[in-house]
Every structure is written in C-alpha cells, then in structure tokens.
Design a protein around this ligand. Structure first.
Ligand SMILES: NC(=O)c1ccc[n+]([C@@H]2O[C@H](COP(=O)([O-])OP(=O)(O)OC[C@H]3O[C@@H](n4cnc5c(N)ncnc54)[C@H](O)[C@@H]3O)[C@@H](O)[C@H]2O)c1
Length: 287
C-alpha cells in the first residue's frame, strides 16, 4: 500500500481525549516528543490517576538516568479546551455509542481542519467518522501500550480518510520516532482481529486447568520467541477492554471465536482488570 507524504509538518499541539491506560501513555509520549498536549477525561479520578502515572514514569526515567524532559501537558475535564489544538487522538472507552456521541461533540469543538486519530481496538474508522460533517478527517491510529516503548503503530485508512489526515498522523508519528504499517478499515483491523481470539483461547485454557497463566505465556515466549505471552498482554491492555473489544468484534462478525469466555467476565466482576488494578492473570506491584 502507498505510504503518505512523510514531509507533512507535525502538529504543534495535540488534544488527547480519554485519560485511561492508553490515553495517558499516548499523551505522555506525545508530550515527551516536545509537543503541547491537552489531556481530557470526563472522570476527575481518571485525570488524577493519569497525572500521578505520568509523574511516576518521569521520576523513574530520571532515576534511570534518562533525559530530563519538561513536559507541556495539561489535564482537564473540559473538552472545549481543545478548541485551538492542531490534532486530536481519541482514546475513550471502547464503546461505539460513547465514541459516536463524543465525535458529534468534537465536530462542534474542534477547528474544521483538525484531523482526528481514533485509537480504537476494533471499531471501524468509517463508522466512527460517520457523525462528522467531514468524515475524511478521521484516521485510525492503533497505539500499543506502553506507547513510549513500542515503536510501531497500526495505522488504519478508511475509504473516506483524506491524504491530509493520514499525512498529519504520520508526521506526528515521525516526530514521536515511530514506525507504522497502514492497513484498510475492518473491525479489529489486523492485530486485534487475531490477538483477541488468542487471548480468549488462552483464558479458556487456564479456566479448563490445562495450564497456568505462567505456563501459557512461557510457551509463547520460549517456543515461539514472543516478547510477552497472550495473558500478560491481555493484563497490560486491561481485561475489561479485552472483553469490550471481543464484544465489538462479535457484533461485527457474529462468529463464535469472538464470544468472550465467561472466565474473563468473572475476573472483571472480581475487580481483576489486569495491570491497572494490580491483578489479572498475574499480579503487579503498582508502587
Ligand atoms: N489498553 C490498551 O492497551 C489499548 C491499546 C490500543 C487502543 N486501545 C483503545 O483505546 C481506548 C481506551 O482504552 P483504555 O484501555 O485506555 O480504556 P480505559 O477504560 O482505561 O480508559 C478510558 C477512559 O475514557 C474516559 N472516557 C469515557 N468517555 C469519555 C468521554 N465522553 N469524554 C472523555 N473521556 C471519556 C473514561 O473516563 C476513561 O478514563 C479504547 O477504545 C481501547 O479499545 C486500548
């Protein structure tokens, strides 16, 4: 597939909507690339957690002797503070309904020429863009957690995505030091259409007593050379987001491999959401 013009200018200011697991990681990485960032969330507790998380990572970076980067990163509950940004990355909860309502609001708040990168796990980009007066300004940017450490981004071009929106995104990614692979629009794109099935089956193996989480992941690492196994990856994503993504995939494809295993829903009901809650398939030190 043809890659867009790599000479487009990077935006100077970026609005990041959704200060959860991935939105915080995106906001931090964009700010660390020297851009002005406004991070918006409708939940004050999420903003507080995001602020504390960014501070913790900055402190850890300093302790490890990393560069001292002063971040221009503002936290707010007011979407109207995005009225003057050059680019937006949307990372709110994986729900078609919630995202559609937000995109209608973004259409009112943003300048009409501002591209929107949808960081969704599975919802088709064209569907998210539909409520906008100009759907060509929406492009998919599927970042991986933690954004600072993973150097490739799955970029998604819908049939309506403009060259300008794609060019603005790839200019931002270049500024962030990222590579990308651009694919066509389909629910789950490439990674999650496959990865979610693997995570779901791995959860089934553990529920059936075939293997422990450490054994499942150990086999993927040791035998296949994967950097992490599917269950630690699911924990890192958040088991609630994994199940929401499986639900989106099931809504779109209707096939059995996307029916979330009850053991995943049970862990969520117990508050075991993965790394963000301190326990999932594995336990985590959150200090
Ligand atoms: N977790 C990952 O590794 C990962 C990776 C790539 C993409 N994604 C996708 O990114 C999105 C966010 O995932 P997450 O894991 O960060 O979820 P999360 O549940 O950790 O965070 C979502 C945040 O969105 C906020 N929010 C919800 N509605 C809002 C609104 N209308 N306005 C402002 N804020 C709102 C919530 O308060 C919450 O803080 C989802 O679409 C997910 O599929 C997640």
């Amino acid at each position: 597939m043809a890659e867009p013009d790599r000479t487009a200018a990077a935006p100077r200011s970026v609005g990041v909507v959704g200060a959860g697991v991935i939105g915080t990681s995106v906001a931090h990485a964009v700010a660390a690339a020297g851009l002005r960032v406004v991070l918006v969330d409708s939940d004050q507790a999420a903003l507080d957690t995001a602020r504390a998380g960014v501070r913790r990572h900055q402190r850890l970076g300093r302790l490890k002797g990393g560069p001292q980067i002063a971040l221009d990163l503002r936290f707010t509950g007011d979407l109207r503070e995005l009225s003057d940004v050059d680019f937006v990355v949307e990372n709110i909860t994986e729900s078609e309904q919630a995202k559609s309502a937000l995109y209608e609001e973004l259409d009112r708040v943003l300048r009409p020429d501002v591209p929107i990168a949808a960081n969704t796990s599975a919802i088709p980009i064209a569907l998210l863009a539909a409520p906008l007066a100009d759907p060509s300004r929406v492009v998919g940017a599927h970042f991986m957690n933690p954004v600072a450490l993973i150097d490739t981004v799955e970029v998604v071009r819908s049939p309506k995505t403009s060259d300008a929106a794609l060019g603005a995104l790839t200019a931002l990614l270049t500024r962030m030091g990222k590579q990308w692979i651009t694919v066509n629009d389909a629910a789950g794109f490439v990674i999650n259409r496959v990865l979610m099935v693997v995570a779901n089956l791995a959860a089934a193996l553990v529920a059936e007593g075939v293997a422990t989480p450490a054994q499942v992941d150990g086999l993927f690492r040791g035998c296949l050379g994967h950097r992490t196994g599917p269950l630690r990856t699911a924990d890192l994503i958040g088991l609630d987001t994994v199940v929401r993504t499986l639900d989106v995939l099931h809504d779109h494809y209707g096939t059995a491999e996307y029916v979330a295993h009850p053991a995943l829903r049970q862990r969520i009901a117990q508050g075991d959401l993965g790394q963000k809650s301190g326990s999932g398939f594995f336990t985590y030190d959150r200090s």
